[in-house]
Every structure is written in C-alpha cells, then in structure tokens.
Design a protein around this ligand. Structure first.
Ligand SMILES: Cc1ncc(COP(=O)(O)O)c(C=O)c1O
Length: 506
C-alpha cells in the first residue's frame, strides 16, 4: 500500500496555520474568549497548561488573507482536506465527539427517510413510527440519538462470546433478517466494537436498499484508512455516514471527532442537523488538532501505524509467553460474526492467574500502568502511534509482576456472566418513554411496567433495559443476579433503595 495519493495538497493544515498566524500577528483580541489569550488566567491553570494553548484558543478569528481571514472558509478548506484523506464526499469536524456525530446521523436518517418517502404529507409528519436496526451493545449515545430523532431501535441479534466475555458483531444474516422490514429506515452498526472486532460491513451495505442508510459508529477506527494491516474503513465498504472519534486513536485532542459522509446529498442535511446539536462556540484547539492529526495521517500514517503494529505484535507474543495470561489473536476471525480485527487492541485474559479484570486493573495501576477497560475476565490495552518500546516494556514488566500479585479473591468475581435475557417488547419509543411522566419503583415490583431510563450492568456494558421497553421477570432476575455478584449497575433511580424509573401510566 505505502503512502496513498491524494487529490489535494495534504501538506497543508490551514486551520492550525491560520490560528498560529493570528497569535504571531499580535492582534489585540477585543473578543471572546474572556481569558484574552491567557492574560486573565488563574496562575495555577497557567502553570498546569503553559501559555501556548491560550494564544490559539480564540473564537471566530483566524489569519488567512487567502480566505479573507474568514474562519468559516478556513474550516471548509480544512474539512475538504480531511474528506480527501479519509475518502469521503464531505467531512465535518465535530467538537462534541462521536456522540454528536451519532446523534446527527440518526436525526438526519429520520429526516432523510421522510424526504425520500412517497407517502402523504401528513403520514410523513408522523413521529415515533420508524425504526433503526442496531445491535443491543451499541454505545449509549445511540439511545440518546434515537430519543432526539423519535426513532425506535429494532435489535439485531448479536453473538456473545463466553470465552472472552465480550459481545461479537451480529452476523450478516442477522442484519439481512431486519434490513428489509418496512419500518426500518436505517441500519446502524458499531465497527469495530470496543475490542477492535468488526462485522461484515460490506455485506451489510448491500442490504441497504430502498433509500435506507447504513450509518456506522467507527469511534474506535479513525486510523483504519492508513495501513493495509488494519481493517478497511466503513466508508470504503459502502457506509452512507461514519462518525470517528479521532481523539481515541489518533494524535488529536479529546472530544475532537470526524463525521464523514459517503452518500451524495446527505451532507446538506447533516450540516443543518449539526448546527442544531453542537455548540456555536467550537474550541478552535480541537479543530486545529483535527487538522494536524489529518495531515500527520496523510503524510506519515503508514509509517507510524507500521511501528504501532509491530509494537502490538511484539507485545502480544510476549504476553502469550507469560504464564496464566492470554492475548486475543487473529483466531478471533473464526468466531461468529467476526469479519475484521484490529491487531492494535490487546485484549488480555487474566483469569488464568485467578484474577478478575478489575483486580488486574488495580494491580497494574499500582505498578504505574493504566488500562483502557477491565471486563469480567479480561483487560483491554490500546496501542497507538504514541507508544514506543519504553512504554510497551513497562506494560510487559507490569504484566509479568501481575502473576506474583495473584489473589484467590478473584475467583469469586469470576462466575460467568449469565446469558442476557432476550430484548423485551418496545411498548413506547425511547422518546415517548423519556418524555412521559416517570415514577420510581422497587426493582422487584417492576414486572410489566415500561422502562423510562436505560439500566446497564458493567460489565458487559450492554443495556438490559432501554426506555420504552416492557420489563420482564427475566430482566428483573438478571439484574438481581448482577447486583448479588457485585457487578456495577448504572441507571438505578436510587442505588440504595434498588429502585428504577418506569413510565407512570396510571
Ligand atoms: C463505541 C463507541 N461509540 C461512541 C462513543 C462516543 O464517542 P465520543 O466519546 O467521541 O463522544 C464511544 C465512546 O466511548 C464508544 O466507545
């Protein structure tokens, strides 16, 4: 593959350059933000961050005579360079993370389906009738997006891996089974999932007929387009829109994401939707980091990811030689639903040394290493272009010491997670349930009621109840089992009283 060729001059970073030039020009800012290029700062904050970030943390102002110093025009130029680098029809910079991108994609899908519909005007105005096909394990921002857009989830059956205690992508057959249901207006997949495992997006894209959109949460895959040993991007496989948390895997500031559009015509709608959802005062620091991160990837991405891939392989081989530890390998591709795999994610099983994931996380932290997440029997470590031999050696050293810190307490946390009950009936849309009156009920008395809020055990982090869903005996028993095992449950109305929020339909 080597360095790809681009249409535009990828050596440019107009947004970063325009901001730096503004500070060099020494313009006196009689405009926001109030810290006035750092002069109004609390001294402790200045000591913590230094002067430089504040010199370019300005709003609306930029120096670029070529664009008449118009920051909106410079932003368009920077976004066009990103679209070229990522292979999109159009790219938007996001300053509220992929969360905003997912919400925007869902709002746009709702509008898109109404515009393409051949039904009467009054039918097109109906709310809460359309559905989006999603795996149950989607990120919670998807439920936020469904609430905003007045859409309901239509869950696609996914696979659960009992060996690693992680969700696996739904099979393409499972997508096909829902893709053509009349009320489905879009398909939304997470590609890859948190563990770097992706389903067959190319096949799923082929099921999006009759104006349906394939929307992809590629939060963990902003690096995919820059090395052939990484999975292909969802855009290249036919997605209509893709949100990427550039901040998760690239050299970019937290909260900065990309929203790439693949479907011609969808960009105009997206631009309107984003102006509704996002702050009117974007952090230009975030935008400058997206601009610079894109340039770095376009010019040096291949070389940098080559090194990160080598680091990951070396770490994986070493971890697999540590007694009691096991690191997921490309064997994962034999598992149901798994079609692509990102080798820079190190998913490490620690139950072989008698520890739960969270115990291992605590021990590693004491040894000066922090992992990305801890599951029932595993921890997840991310390797990016920011990791070199020194960091990876520290990780390996800490993992070798982990065996000696073994405790037998871990065993009690290692009872397998019971099989998640099948999804309950969606009696209301998530939006109707969220906007309806709520009341608090003790979990044991919630049978037959409608959940008003999501309730999610961690691990595995998959919502057991979503707003609008009828609560079954099975779900109540499952949650009871989780809390008896010490599994954290998020979404209680009051954790001490073991109550949840339900729709008050009395
Ligand atoms: C799969 C997935 N999607 C979406 C998000 C939201 O991304 P952001 O933090 O950029 O808003 C996350 C964040 O953890 C995620 O893991």
């Amino acid at each position: 593959m080597g360095r790809p060729t681009y249409r535009l001059d990828q050596r440019k970073a107009p947004f970063l350059e325009g901001l730096v030039q503004y500070s060099i020009d020494g313009v006196i800012p009689f405009h926001t933000p109030g810290h006035k290029q750092g002069r109004a700062l609390d001294p402790a904050l200045r000591r913590a961050l230094g002067d430089k970030p504040f010199l370019i943390d300005v709003s609306d102002e930029i120096s670029d005579p070529h664009n008449e110093n118009d920051s909106a025009a410079v932003l368009l130029e920077a976004e066009a360079l990103a679209a070229d680098a990522f292979g999109a029809e159009r790219t938007f910079f996001l300053h509220n993370g992929t969360t905003a991108g997912i919400q925007a994609m869902l709002l746009a899908a709702s509008w898109w389906s109404r515009q393409k519909s051949h039904t009467s005007f009054s039918e097109r105005l109906l709310e809460d009738v359309a559905t989006v096909a999603v795996p149950r394990s989607v990120h919670r921002s998807v439920f936020g997006g469904l609430i905003l857009a007045g859409l309901s989830p239509r869950f696609v059956e996914e696979n659960w891996d009992t060996e690693w205690n992680i969700p696996l992508p739904p099979s393409s057959k499972a997508w096909q089974a829902v893709a053509e249901i009349d009320d489905v207006v879009a398909l939304l997949d997470t590609y890859p999932n948190y563990y770097g495992i992706g389903g067959d997006i190319g096949a799923i894209a082929r099921y999006t007929t009759a104006g349906r959109l394939l929307l992809v949460d590629e939060a963990h895959g902003a690096h995919f387009g820059f090395h052939e040993a990484l999975p292909p991007t969802a855009l290249s496989l036919g997605a209509a829109a893709v949100a990427q948390s550039a901040h998760k895997t690239l050299g970019v500031l937290t909260q900065a994401s990309f929203l790439h559009i693949g479907e011609p015509g969808l960009d105009e709608l997206m631009s309107v939707v984003l102006s509704i959802l996002q702050s009117t005062s974007p952090s230009f620091l975030l935008y400058a980091s997206l601009d610079a991160g894109r340039r770095q990837m376009a010019l040096e991405g291949y070389k940098l990811w080559q090194r990160a891939l080598e680091m990951s392989q070396m770490a994986r081989d070493s971890i697999n030689r540590i007694r009691g530890l096991r690191c997921l390998d490309e064997e994962v591709l034999d598992k149901p639903g798994a079609h692509w795999w990102d080798p820079t994610k190190l998913l490490i099983r620690v139950d072989g040394i008698g520890m739960s994931g969270s115990e291992a996380e605590r021990h590693l932290r004491q040894a000066g290493v922090q992992v990305e997440l801890a599951g029932l029997n595993h921890i997840l470590v991310l390797i990016t272009i920011g990791d070199g031999p020194k960091e990876v050696d520290r990780l390996l050293q800490a993992l070798r010491e982990l065996g000696t810190a073994r405790t037998h307490d871990g065993k009690k946390h290692l009872q397998p997670i019971p099989k998640t009950p099948s999804s309950g009936k969606m009696v209301l849309s998530p939006r109707q349930a969220t906007l309806a009156p709520w009341r608090e009920v003790v979990l044991g008395e919630a049978r037959g009621k409608i959940a008003a809020n999501s309730v999610t055990p961690y691990p595995p982090g998959i919502p057991l109840l979503v707003p609008g869903e009828e609560i079954s005996d099975e779900s109540i028993e499952y949650l009871r089992g989780c809390w008896q095992r010490g599994i954290e449950i998020r979404g209680w109305a009051h954790p001490d009283r073991k109550t949840i929020w339900v729709v008050d339909d009395d």
